[in-house]
Design a binder for this molecule. Structure first.
Ligand SMILES: Nc1ncnc2c1ncn2[C@@H]1O[C@H](COP(=O)(O)OP(=O)(O)OP(=O)(O)O)[C@@H](O)[C@H]1O
Length: 232
């Protein structure tokens, strides 16, 4: 089976003045159709940096990133933006909804960018309803709870039927109950739509529900092995 996303030997160093920080060192990573992959690691270990490279929001110093057959890091900024809008669903910790757009308008937005003409409204409404928000189409983000805003953001991320979903701390701003709801929704979608997902998270219970778990530390990405103390 071919991976949907294939990142090969990525290196990324940030330079500020005379200081330089090597954040990613020879990181390889792939995601296969339908699977869920978690990335855990201490604060500042480079998880968001890696996700931003995978989304084509930033470029590696070295290495290659393929989304399907397309090498993302060789495209122009405009072409990367097109690939991102068309093929990648992004979910952030702070939702990043447009504040002056209603829930429905936020979900419609990616379809407007892609100039989709038919069935947009029905598609967006159906997704919002699936997220339990059929009573919230015309609410603005400020009128929604954190969990509701994240559900709108998830609907927005999948309305274009992306090849992959990349989520950066999707439950990081939510209290326990809303966090569990969002986790359930993400895995339901992963199963029903078979959209593979990569989730950066500090929440081990969320990470452990994924098919594979990786850990970022000292610039390296390695498979995470749970340390369990078994009674002898
Ligand atoms: N644009 C930038 N310029 C300089 N340094 C940066 C930049 N972005 C990130 N860094 C540094 O790179 C390192 C990794 O940051 P990153 O945000 O990827 O970590 P993270 O694992 O996602 O952390 P957290 O869990 O706290 O979100 C940090 O030391 C950070 O200060």
């Amino acid at each position: 089976m071919e991976p949907v996303l294939n990142a090969h030997r990525l290196t990324k160093t940030y330079r500020t003045g005379s200081e330089s920080v090597v954040v990613l060192q020879d990181v390889s990573f792939h995601v296969y159709p339908g699977e869920s992959v978690a990335i855990i690691g201490a604060s500042g270990s480079g998880k968001t940096t890696l996700l931003n490279l995978l989304a084509g929001l930033d470029l590696p110093d070295q290495g290659e990133i393929f989304l399907g057959p397309t090498q993302l890091n060789q495209l122009t900024e405009n072409d990367r933006a097109y690939m991102r809008n068309r093929y990648i669903g992004l979910v952030y910790q702070d939702y990043q909804l447009l504040p002056h757009y209603t829930a429905l308008e936020n979900v419609l937005f990616p379809l407007e960018i892609l100039r989709q003409t038919s069935g947009k409204k029905e598609k967006a409404q159906a997704l919002l309803s699936k997220m339990g928000l059929s009573e919230r189409y015309y609410h603005y983000p400020s009128m929604l709870s954190g969990g509701e805003q994240q559900r709108v953001a998830i609907a927005r991320s999948i309305v274009t039927q992306p090849l992959i979903l990349l989520a950066d701390e999707p439950t990081g701003n939510l209290h326990r109950e809303a966090s569990d709801e969002i986790t359930t929704l993400l895995f339901e979608m992963n199963k029903t739509l078979a959209t593979p997902m990569v989730i950066v998270t500090h929440q081990m219970d969320l990470a452990m529900q994924c098919d594979r778990v990786y850990q970022m530390a000292r610039g390296k990405l390695t498979p995470y092995i749970e340390k369990t103390l078994k009674p002898s």
